[in-house]
Design a protein around this ligand. Structure first.
Ligand code: NCD
Length: 325
């Protein structure tokens, strides 16, 4: 991978080349095991840094534009916190309706504008491929914070980091993905990131919300194993990880279908009686009823720890892309 051409604003002389320096982060395919391990190690350091000192000045003088065309709580605020805890500054454009986007400005012109002011752009967009499209126009790195039903690579990084921390490894296990596997971009990215790791996937969903062919084909091509199920009961007893997702209401063209499927799965303490005592329950959040709040007390509920991990992983990624890790 080659870094984006430097501009008068970047300072190649003082960067650390870690394979991610000045790269767009568009897909999890950019994270082969050595780079993933590197991010995990730096994330551990970031955790220690935050716990001991709260912040550092590693990215002082750097500016991140946070450009969100879709709602977000965790991704947006953890990116902003990550930048600020490393001493950097943020241009927050979380309500694009108050930017020139509402005047009809194109994505290309919007990122061309922001690259004049910022050192990198974090972009969430409702269209598949939007981050890759923006990256064509932008000389500064674009980080894909979710492109429609496509990918959500930084979520997958923090998910894999969570699995590693909670279970002690991120390979040789049985991972169940449950819910909206069709429209849920987090499961697309996480499946891809976990390929070639001796993982058996159990894809559990209503028929209409099956994992897309493209991802299933990639699992087969990489020699990994998956099975598909309608009922969680069939597999819950063998899972190391149960990754629950929200039914993605905003992606349905027929809201009648959504109404029929929205309560397809609800994880309760009773559901977990059939699960292994070491299994972890994950969820990218937000949840809208698919995990009952009573589950929160169960030590296997890892989703709040998972979202905290997002801060450390995004600190590590920002430092790496800006060449200061
Ligand atoms: C996810 C997303 O935006 O894809 N949220 C997140 O980033 N944590 C999941 C979702 O919205 O269901």
């Amino acid at each position: 991978m080659t870094a984006k051409p430097s501009t008068s604003r970047s300072r190649p002389a003082d960067h650390v080349d870690n394979g991610l320096y000045q790269q767009d982060i568009l897909s999890v395919r950019q994270f082969p095991p050595p780079i993933l391990d590197y991010i995990f190690n730096v994330a551990d350091e970031m955790r220690t840094l935050v716990e001991r000192f709260g912040s550092a000045d590693l990215l002082s003088g750097k500016i991140m534009a946070n450009l969100f065309y879709e709602p977000s709580t965790r991704t947006s605020s953890s990116f902003m916190a990550a930048m600020q805890r490393l001493g950097g500054q943020v241009i927050p454009i979380n309500s694009v309706q108050y930017s020139s986007v509402s005047k009809g400005e194109s994505l290309a012109d919007t990122v061309r504008t922001l690259e004049c002011y910022a050192d990198l752009i974090v972009l969430r967009h409702y269209e598949l491929g939007a981050a890759a499209e923006a990256a064509k126009w932008c000389h500064k790195p674009i980080i894909n914070a979710g492109d429609g039903v496509g990918e959500h690579p930084t979520q997958a990084l923090l998910d894999a980091y969570t699995i590693k921390r909670e279970i002690g490894r991120a390979d040789k296990m049985v991972v169940g993905m449950l819910g909206d596997l069709r429209f849920g971009r987090t499961v697309h990215s996480l499946t891809r990131l976990l390929l070639k790791r001796n993982i058996t996937f159990r894809f559990i969903s209503p028929a209409l919300l099956r994992m897309p062919d493209e991802i299933r084909d990639e699992v087969i091509a990489d020699g990994d194993t998956f099975t598909e199920h309608r009922d969680l009961e069939e597999v819950i007893g063998e899972l190391d990880v149960l990754y629950v997702t929200r039914i993605q209401k905003e992606r349905f063209t027929d809201l009648g279908d959504y109404e029929k499927l929205k309560d397809a799965y609800i994880i309760t303490p009773k559901t977990l009686t059939k699960a292994r005592s070491e299994m972890i329950v994950m969820h990218p959040l937000p949840r809208v009823g698919e995990i009952s709040v009573e589950v929160d007390e169960d030590p296997r509920a890892a989703y709040f720890r998972q979202m905290e991990n997002g801060l450390y992983v995004r600190m590590a990624l920002l430092a790496a892309v800006l060449g200061r890790a």
